[in-house]
Design a protein around this ligand. Structure first.
Ligand code: 5RP
Length: 224
């Protein structure tokens, strides 16, 4: 199977997992990226089973609406039963790097609010240690150089994602060469740099269930 076929396979597997959790009143949290797009397309088939969705990006909201799925603002929603999203890297401990598509801050907010978080990846995203994928950091534009200098002190090599703005109007630094021994600790350290909006480490709120698509089918990982 090629990578797109794997992404579609794992998106379909997520539909099976979440379908049994949904009721007519349920709100589903929906992520961003090409794997999440396959999930949104599959979600259309069960849209009669739930009320609507909260999206982690404008792009995902548009795609949901195109399929006739109501999209709610997070502020008017009390409970999100489950959040489904892809990742750039995941460990078997369900800690992630996200933000390759630049939606990390909204993704982190929706993941935090959701009762469950199902992460869907193809086998190329499964790693022993996080950090080969450059860590995205969303920054307030005027603080970009300050944050970059602080990141260098942590051993990283920040690269400005030129010409890109997030849905929140901010900028992204992609950080190479970080040694990530303790993802939760580094997540907190980076968050404490003034001017950082959020970083792409999802370790303090990891996934609850990881579905990995490979040629032999789907492998599930949960916390021990
Ligand atoms: C977007 C993300 C995506 O989940 C991540 O980049 C994976 O994308 P794809 O499914 O296209 O490989 O974090 O901000």
């Amino acid at each position: 199977m090629n990578q797109d076929e794997l992404k579609k396979t794992v998106a379909d597997a997520a539909i099976e997992v979440i379908a049994e959790q949904l009721t007519k009143d349920s709100i589903v949290g929906v992520g961003t990226g090409s794997t999440a797009d396959f999930f949104i397309d599959a979600l259309k088939e069960i849209k009669h089973k739930f009320d609507g969705a909260v999206a982690s990006s404008i792009g995902s909201a548009d795609r949901l609406r195109k399929h006739g799925i109501p999209v709610y603002e997070l502020n008017v929603v009390n409970h999100i039963v489950v959040y489904v999203d892809g990742a750039d890297e995941s460990t078997r401990q369900l800690q992630l790097i996200k933000g390759g598509g630049g939606a990390l801050t909204r993704e982190k907010i929706v993941a935090e609010v959701s009762a469950g978080f199902v992460c869907i990846v193809d086998r190329t995203k499964l790693v022993d240690n996080l950090g080969a994928f450059p860590l995205p950091i969303e920054v307030i534009p005027m603080a970009r150089s300050h944050v970059a200098r602080e990141i260098v002190k942590l051993g990283g090599e920040p690269e400005f994602r030129d010409g890109f703005r997030t849905d929140n109007g901010n900028q992204i630094l992609d950080v190479h060469q970080l040694t990530i021994e303790d993802p939760a600790s580094l997540e907190g350290t980076i968050n404490n740099i003034v001017g950082v909006v959020a970083n792409g480490l999802f370790a303090r709120r990891p996934a609850d269930l990881l579905l990995v698509a490979g040629d032999d089918g789907i492998t599930e990982y949960r916390h021990n």
